[in-house]
Design a protein around this ligand. Structure first.
Ligand SMILES: *Cc1c(COP(=O)(O)O)cnc(C)c1O
Length: 454
């Protein structure tokens, strides 16, 4: 038992630059279009919502973008995050596979999300912004931005999807502890919210609706901006600290991944881990198999269309080409709140279209079974979202056993599940059900995609 299980980098090794995959792609991702004119948007079109520094990152083709020193200083609280070799899990599975995981649950909010919340708050502060409006599903993003807002003295208003607001009071309490104001969405505070409540007073809400509300608030005031916790290029860019550190740690382990795995809601923890490895591959390095794992009840990569769509329900956002289930699609209730979004990051969608990654979808009970097996072997209780990545990593390890080959598998353990104990209690009590998505609703949502000339 003296074999190394933990690869810990010195804090001097926190990356000094984020990595931009666009610089190494054979073709650039399709342009973002104005919702009215269907013409490509320019940086000025986004200025009502974001500081120019983030807009320039959003459209950048530079390979490396410098991480400001004040951001690196804050990263130091939990970065570099540890990378573990899951030797006890390997043993439990009796597999020849070498299983590694990068653990992002060590951040103050308990997930990878502060990796982008902190720089987003920093660049907004630099631009003189006083308040940021945002949305949250299960509350991971809301609590991460609330944490970052508290560090920089920025007011944060979070529109939290109604069902989660009612069912997950502890994440809400965390946001309020950090000083943010949390409002159940749909709310009476915006036109988008009032329109929906007029039709259905007890609407359970959705991420698409909460985005509409936050964008509406941000668009109205000069001192108020909007922030998104996933999907956008600059968010995935900030998350590349995960993969850049992991590359160094795999070198310390004297190994290199054959298979990379991440769960995908909007694509940010997945992109953060895999883009630096994909970039190395595109520059002539080792070819890696990359697997995106999504919930079968909200399967944008495996069942969605690669088409232009809105990011929100009220259609206030620009149009982006992405794998989408349609902006009106409401997934059935399941426990991975962070994976309940109708679209996928345009960059992740694009690399799938280029054939650089594959995608699989799993139902939730098999993912919880994997999460429980992981917790019993490794001691860390994973976020329900992360259980999707663990399921796929275990399945690949079991394939290694059947084939009698040893492969190195690295997955992103993107957060802990300490605020998700109700889900684990339901699982243990046998109360979790695998909800099928409504095929009729999916067909309708896809039929309603905006028509955009190619
Ligand atoms: C938000 C969240 C996700 C989903 O978002 P991505 O952008 O796909 O990473 C997954 N896991 C955790 C723990 C989250 O908080």
């Amino acid at each position: 038992m003296s074999e190394t299980v933990k690869y810990f980098l010195d804090e001097k090794r926190i990356p000094k630059f984020w990595y931009n995959l666009v610089a190494d792609l054979p073709t650039p991702p399709p342009p973002v279009l104005h919702p009215g004119t269907h013409q490509p948007v320019g940086p000025a079109d986004l200025e009502a919502l974001f500081p120019m520094s983030l807009i320039l990152q959003e459209v950048s083709k530079e390979r490396e973008i410098e991480i400001p020193e004040p951001v690196r200083t804050i990263y130091r609280q939990w970065r570099p995050s540890p990378l573990f070799r899951a030797r006890r899990l390997e043993k439990a599975l009796d597999t020849p596979a070498r299983i590694y995981y990068k653990y992002e649950g060590v951040s103050p909010a308990g997930s990878h999300k502060p990796n982008t919340a902190v720089p987003q708050a920093f660049f907004n502060k630099e631009a003189g912004i006083k308040k940021i409006a945002t949305e949250t599903g299960a509350g991971q993003w809301g609590s991460s931005l609330a944490f970052a807002g508290a560090l920089f003295g920025i007011d944060v208003q979070v529109f939290m999807v109604r069902v989660s607001y009612d069912q997950k009071p502890y994440r809400r309490a965390l946001m309020e502890t950090y000083g943010a104001r949390c409002v159940a969405s749909p709310s009476n505070e915006t036109q988008a919210g009032r329109d929906i409540l007029a039709k259905r007073p007890n609407h359970p809400g959705s991420l698409g609706i909460a985005i509409s509300e936050a964008v509406e608030v941000a668009a109205q005031r000069k001192d108020t901006n909007y922030a998104l916790g996933s999907v956008l290029n600059h968010v995935l860019l900030h998350q590349t600290v995960v993969g850049l550190e992991a590359m160094e740690q795999m070198t310390m382990a004297d190994d290199s991944p054959d298979i990379l795995v991440g769960c995908t809601g909007g694509g940010s923890n997945f992109g953060g881990l895999v883009f630096p490895f994909l970039g190395a591959q595109l520059r002539g390095g080792k070819k890696v198999r990359v697997i995106a794992v999504e919930p079968a009840a909200c399967p944008s990569l495996t069942r969605g269309k690669f088409a232009y769509d809105f990011g929100d329900t009220a259609h206030l956002t620009p149009l982006t080409k992405m794998h989408t289930l349609g902006s009106t699609f409401t997934p059935p209730g399941f426990h991975s709140g962070g994976l309940r979004y109708h679209g996928m990051a345009p960059l992740v969608s694009h690399v799938q279209d280029l054939g650089l990654i594959e995608a699989v979808a799993y139902h939730q009970t098999t993912c919880f079974a994997a999460g429980v097996q992981f917790a019993r072997a490794e001691g860390i209780l994973p976020a329900p979202e992360a259980n999707h990545a663990i399921r796929a990593a275990i399945d690949e390890a079991l394939k290694c056993k059947v084939e009698g080959v040893s492969r190195a598998i690295l997955f992103n353990l993107c957060g802990h599940g300490h605020f998700d104990m109700q889900a684990y209690m339901d699982y243990t009590a046998g109360k979790l059900v695998d909800q099928k998505l409504d095929e009729g609703e999916l067909a309708m949502a896809l039929a309603g995609l905006p028509s955009v000339k190619a």
